[in-house]
Design a protein around this ligand. Structure first.
Ligand code: DCP
Ligand code: CA
Ligand code: CA
Length: 357
């Protein structure tokens, strides 16, 4: 397969929520800081959104129960998330970064891919450009980020994670193999803990082990994902940096085994779909405002309806409540339902969220 040379940056902000909090409150400097649920002196439910590097030294991690964080680091400053502030800062950072790119794709709240080939024709020029971008973000926003530079999105993304915080890692096309080979497979996108454990059982621990493995065995074990993983392990990724408009949507739908007019069955399915959608939104750190549901009756008549909330959210309970409200009208007639779906439309790129600031 012929591949044209590209130069791609992946930019990821360092400990984003806590970095923004520290910037706003200089008295936090040097202290461990955790943003997330209220710890309630160890009795709190909910999880850690992020922690700064001081708190990470004590073992605190994103996604960990807040009660565990409290045990590990009771002396940390615990703060509730201030999403409107993070979204505003994200928009400002993305506006700066967009100015450095020929093609720009925001991914989640604190990271983006930039295709810069028109502006930097060699890895050395790319490195200089990345330094300039880091400086500008530091100067204008007083925040640090880590940038990975590579011949494709996959390598750039792994490179931005290679040295953090305030890192810059440039991987030239001919260095891709030697860069990836020693890294643990977990560094590959989409390799979750379960896949990691399965791979380990097969004797695959590093990206190099995976690249050398027989792809047909991988495809037997993991299906299409197996082949995809094998390509990724070899550093192959032809996907383009896609300049998207401000709105992205996430949707899930399900067709019932049998058409049903039982509200409890339909509501249970709606709940499961809402969980899937909000999990996916949380994974990508997306916030949404518009919630839609789709209902298809047994005769294939299909309706969609939506509601826009007055605020951005990524809380599952906001999604579930609104989806349930929207569904009520369709349960009244006692007609049999064939399929239901849930969709959220989310903030992605640097669209100004005027309502929030
Ligand atoms: N986030 C969250 N819940 C998670 C993971 C992340 O709410 N399980 C939020 C808080 C983070 C932000 O998204 O600040 C960006 O996530 P990253 O994974 O990029 O982590 P950080 O920026 O916090 O740290 P790092 O310096 O490792 O990138
Ligand atoms: Ca980050
Ligand atoms: Ca990130």
């Amino acid at each position: 397969m012929s591949r044209k040379t590209r130069i791609i940056f992946h930019l990821d902000m360092d400990h984003f929520y806590t970095a923004v909090e520290e910037r706003e409150r200089p008295d936090l400097k040097g202290k461990p800081v955790v943003v997330g649920a209220d710890p309630k002196e160890g009795k709190g439910r909910g999880v850690v959104a992020t922690s700064n590097y001081e708190a990470r030294k004590a073992g605190v991690r994103s996604g960990m129960p807040i009660s565990r964080a409290w045990k590990l680091c009771p002396e940390a400053v615990y703060l509730p998330p201030n999403f409107p502030l993070y979204i505003r800062v994200s928009n400002e950072v993305m506006d700066i970064a967009r100015g450095f790119a020929d093609k720009f794709e925001q991914w989640g709240i604190d990271e983006a891919f930039l295709d810069v080939l028109e502006r930097a024709r060699s890895p050395d020029e790319a490195e200089a450009l990345a330094k300039q971008l880091k400086q500008e973000i530091k100067l204008k926003e007083n925040l640090t980020c880590s940038i990975g530079v590579g011949p494709n999105k996959l390598v750039a993304k792994i490179a931005s994670d290679f040295k953090k915080p305030d890192g810059l890692t440039v991987v030239k096309e001919k260095e891709v193999e030697s860069f990836l080979t020693p890294l643990p497979v977990r560094r590959l996108l989409w390799v979750g803990r379960k896949t990691e454990a399965k791979l380990k059982n097969m004797g695959i621990e590093t990206i190099g082990d995976l690249a050398r493995y027989d792809p047909s065995v991988l495809s037997e074990t993991f299906g299409v994902m197996g082949l995809q993983m094998h390509l990724m392990a070899r550093g192959i990724d032809n996907s383009e940096v896609e300049t998207r408009s401000g709105v992205k949507s996430i949707s899930h739908e399900t067709t019932f085994e049998e058409d049903t007019d039982d509200p409890s069955v339909v509501l249970a399915a709606l709940e499961a779909l809402s969980n899937d959608v909000s999990e996916e939104a949380a994974d990508q750190q997306l916030f949404f405002k518009t919630i839609s549901i789709k209902v298809r009756y047994e005769n294939f008549e299909t309706h969609t309806t939506s509601k826009t909330l007055p605020f951005m959210t990524n809380r599952p309970k906001d999604l579930k409540k609104t989806a349930r409200e929207l569904l009520q009208n369709y349960l009244k007639h006692g007609r049999k339902i064939r399929l239901i779906g849930v969709r959220v439309s989310s903030f992605v790129s640097g669209e100004k969220q005027k309502t929030l600031v």
